[in-house]
Design a protein around this ligand. Structure first.
Ligand code: RTP
Ligand code: MG
Length: 153
């Protein structure tokens, strides 16, 4: 089994507006991933450009920036074995119309623009660390272990 890693996940503005934060966090918890950080925040133009910089030359870039800055997002860091790939699998493909039932986008997404969740690209080495650094300071992340100690149960 591969070692634990951290990945960046975000409930996009459409997911926040539609009240899907809890549903999405619930799915990640149930899968056994561990939350390492969370921040309910508004993305500004500059951060949007940095975060989606890889798409700067694409025709949909301006619309993407407008959408991701249109309302608050729930930015998070999740941890687990192979977490980046795991989350991408749970998300489903970019276009919800193509995404498998059972995936977050397949079950909850509306269309290519309104696809409720972002996760770091597992095929882009270092994307997870880069995005975590972009959204979080080191002291906003929590190192903790799951416990079945007496104070829990
Ligand atoms: P994300 O980065 O948001 O997690 O999505 P992704 O990896 O599945 O897809 P990506 O290729 O990185 O595209 C980023 C977002 O841009 C929008 N998009 N529109 N009109 C289009 O052809 C088009 N292609 C992509 C999507 O909202 C996608 O999530
Ligand atoms: Mg992407």
């Amino acid at each position: 089994m591969s070692h634990d890693e951290r990945t960046f996940v975000m409930v996009k503005p459409d997911g926040v507006q539609r009240g899907l934060i809890g549903e999405i966090i619930g799915r990640l918890e149930e899968r056994g991933l561990k939350l390492a950080g969370a921040k309910f925040m508004q993305i500004d133009e500059e951060l949007a450009h940095e975060h989606y910089g890889e798409h700067e030359d694409k025709p949909f870039f301006d619309g993407l920036v407008e959408f991701i800055t249109a309302g608050p997002v729930m930015a998070m860091v999740w941890e687990g074995a192979d977490a980046t790939r795991q989350v991408r699998q749970m998300m489903g493909t970019t276009d919800p119309a193509e995404a498998q039932p059972g995936t977050i986008r397949g079950d909850l997404g509306l269309d290519l623009g309104q696809n409720v969740i972002h996760g770091s690209d597992h095929e882009d080495p270092g994307a997870n660390e880069r995005e975590i650094d972009l959204f979080f300071d080191e002291d906003e992340l929590v190192d903790w272990e799951k416990s079945d100690a007496e104070w829990v149960y």
